[in-house]
Design a protein around this ligand. Structure first.
Ligand code: PEP
Ligand code: MG
Length: 655
């Protein structure tokens, strides 16, 4: 059994056998062929077979995945087939040799592109080449038939979607970024995704048992751990089925399109907090028409009924490129023309989207949100476009409604301008994926720099706090729609900061709701504490009632309600969460104040003041915040006893 620390792009728990995608070394196929026309026929048949495979997978997939697969099929028929046919004719070579050459040439040219999204397509080209070679060699495309963890050197979203999602339990790759789209897809599927050491990943073979737990990969688990993990997963599944409590902080879902509607309807989401509309535009051979967009927006809005449906205008650019848009190449695409910047430059495209949104708004609680806001004038420009779109609909006598407008806060500039921005919009939604990227100056797709991409970084959390405060000062709500909203470690802090809504991947809605309910209960605890005072014993040992304490000042109750404990070990612990208000110089007594303002005196020993601190070692100082059960002080029982004194720990509640 081996435990290997990885980077958790999506943390969780999975136990299944590995399905390892091995890139076969591309041994150069014989180039010379005696019969070029037979090679051309073989090539066309292999391309047709792969095209059918892609179309069959698209027919079973949701709308967004289907669009990706259809785009791959188009690429195969155009660029790939044309390139390979040309190679056979010019070089008189075998179909296998031509496919290898074409895959190499196409992927190398894509790899040289400055744009990260286009570079990712190189991986698709290699994948397509491998698959065609396998077909030409007569190899069967083997798909896993039982639950599996997909293991690969690297993966593209299209490759991922070619494997049966119903059996996919987790993903492990050697290369990839925590903010990548494969990571977001894994989040949507509710499965863990680890990025691990290249050698360890390459050594894994299909059929090996693997466990992914948080940021750990466990290989060759023993029988006991394997069975315990499977039971734990089953128990978690059952626990997830327990009805959810109502919470102050709303929990909504992030979706990518109409394909998510069945899962959305079955979820406990209180609305859609982020509909990433750009997925309608990406990997699409044509610009989606107003009608096509209207249908998609209306379907989700109607499904949500009175619940909110926040639709983000297209966030195209950076890693999300639409080929037909022909944006010029950029040196730093993440800092270039993306999100709202594209929309304001391509106003016809933006107006079409706004018209579709305004029309769909009639069918429910649709809200519009714009991405990548950095300046106030951008919101004025959006409002102008909204008025133009409304005027056009008016002229057409079409039914429409101008809905609430929100700004995504995902640049530090938007946070710093939040007080003014809040006067111009109806709500904020923090895009913490990008806010982390732009605050910490770390590319969210960067490979090997995961430790720098930390959405829980104090700097990011402070920006969140500033945004919430600015929103509340102006009476508008603030949501979080980045991945941080579904991070169980961050949820208590986000709830404490007063975030109004967390919008998370569909698969995380239930767990987020539970974590929010727990965090809210803990926050409310100080208010119910005076009615139900719960204090832990400050030491282990024999309990004495107040009147049994061998010290008149305590036994008489003048110092408040007391208990005594004759300690069995030399340690004193905090009885509750509190602030240390005083530690005597001699270290034998300390005072705490709890969340309800009660003052709690912990006095160690009878007459121990005379020891002048000998044998007492406090671990805290006045002003420290302590948690229930935290060690406050060590004492040397022998020293106290040998001075002829009792080490009894007395706890007095002074009011
Ligand atoms: C974000 O940046 O946090 C966000 C929700 O948008 P996306 O991940 O689509 O950029
Ligand atoms: Mg973003």
């Amino acid at each position: 059994m081996k435990e290997i620390l990885c980077c958790a792009a999506q943390s969780g728990l999975a136990a299944a056998t590995a399905f390892a995608l091995k890139k076969k070394p591309v041994a150069s196929a014989a180039l010379g062929s005696a019969d070029p026309s037979a090679e051309l026929n073989a090539l066309v048949s292999a391309v047709q077979a792969l095209k059918q495979e892609l179309e069959a997978a698209a027919a079973k997939a949701n709308e967004d995945t289907a669009a990706i697969l259809e785009a791959e099929a188009a690429l195969l028929e155009n660029d790939f087939l044309t390139g390979a046919e040309k190679t056979i004719r010019e070089k008189n070579c075998t179909a296998l040799g031509a496919v290898q050459e074409t895959a190499k040439a196409l992927s190398e040219s894509l790899e040289r592109n400055e744009n990260a999204y286009i570079r990712q397509r190189a991986e698709d080209m290699r994948g397509m080449g491998q698959r065609l070679c396998a077909l030409l060699r007569g190899e069967k495309h083997i798909l896993p038939e039982e639950p599996f963890i997909l293991v690969a050197e690297e993966l593209s979203p299209a490759e991922l979607s070619a494997y049966p999602a119903a059996l996919l339990r987790g993903i492990l790759t050697a290369k990839g970024g925590v903010g990548s789209h494969v990571s977001i897809l894994a989040g949507n599927l509710g499965i863990p995704y680890l990025i691990g050491d290249a050698e360890a990943v390459a050594a894994i073979e299909t059929g090996e048992r693997l466990i992914l737990r948080d940021d750990k990969l466990i290989t060759e688990p023993d029988e006991q751990l394997w069975n315990e993990t499977l039971t734990e997963i089953e128990t978690k599944k059952k626990a997830a089925a327990v009805p959810l409590e109502k919470t102050r902080t709303k929990v909504c879902a992030n979706i990518a399109g109409v394909g998510d509607c069945p899962a959305l309807a079955a979820s406990a989401a209180e609305g859609v907090g982020l509909f990433r509309s750009e997925f309608l535009f990406l990997d699409c051979a044509h610009v989606p028409t107003e009608e096509e967009q209207f249908e998609a927006y209306r379907t989700v809005t109607e499904l949500m009924g009175e619940r909110e449906c926040v639709i983000r205008t297209m966030d195209i650019g950076s890693d999300k490129k639409a080929d037909w848009l022909e944006l010029p190449p950029e040196k730093n695409p993440a800092l270039g023309c993306r999100g709202l910047r594209v929309s304001l430059q391509k106003s016809e495209l933006f107006l079409t989207q706004l018209r579709a949104l305004l029309r769909a708004a009639v069918y429910g609680n649709l809200k519009i949100m714009v991405p990548m806001v950095a300046s106030l004038w951008e919101i004025d420009a959006v409002r102008e476009q909204l008025s133009l779109a409304a005027a056009e609909l008016e002229e057409r006598k079409a039914e429409y409604r101008i809905p609430a407008l929100g700004a995504m806060v995902e640049t530090p500039a938007a946070v710093l301008m939040a007080p003014e921005l809040a006067e111009k919009v109806d709500f904020f939604s923090l895009g913490t994926n990008d806010l982390t990227q732009y605050t910490l100056a770390i590319d969210r797709e960067a490979d090997g720099l995961e430790r720098y991409y930390d959405p829980c970084h104090e700097a990011v959390l402070r920006l969140i706090a500033m945004t919430v405060e600015a929103g509340h000062n102006s009476g508008i709500p603030t949501a979080i729609c980045g991945e941080l909203g579904g991070n169980p470690q961050a949820i208590p802090r986000l709830v404490e900061l007063g975030v109004d809504e967390l919008s998370v991947s569909l698969s995380k809605v239930a767990a987020t709701k539970k974590a929010v309910a727990e965090a809210e209960k803990k926050l409310a605890a100080p208010e119910i504490a005076p009615i139900l005072p719960t204090l832990l014993a400050p030491a282990d040992g024999e309990l004495y009632a107040m009147e049994e304490i061998p010290d008149e000042a305590f036994a008489s109750g003048v110092l408040g309600e007391c208990i005594g404990i004759l300690p069995s070990e030399g340690a004193v612990y905090a009885p509750c969460d509190a602030t240390v208000t005083n530690v005597t110089d001699s270290g034998h007594a300390l005072t705490l104040t709890d969340g309800c303002g009660r003052s709690i005196l912990l006095h160690i020993g009878i007459d121990t003041v005379m020891l002048e601190g000998k044998g007492f070692h406090p671990c805290v100082r006045a002003g420290d915040r302590v948690k229930a059960g935290q060690l406050l002080l060590n004492m040397e029982l022998e020293t106290i006893r040998s001075a002829g004194l009792s080490p009894m720990v007395i706890m007095a509640i002074c009011g």
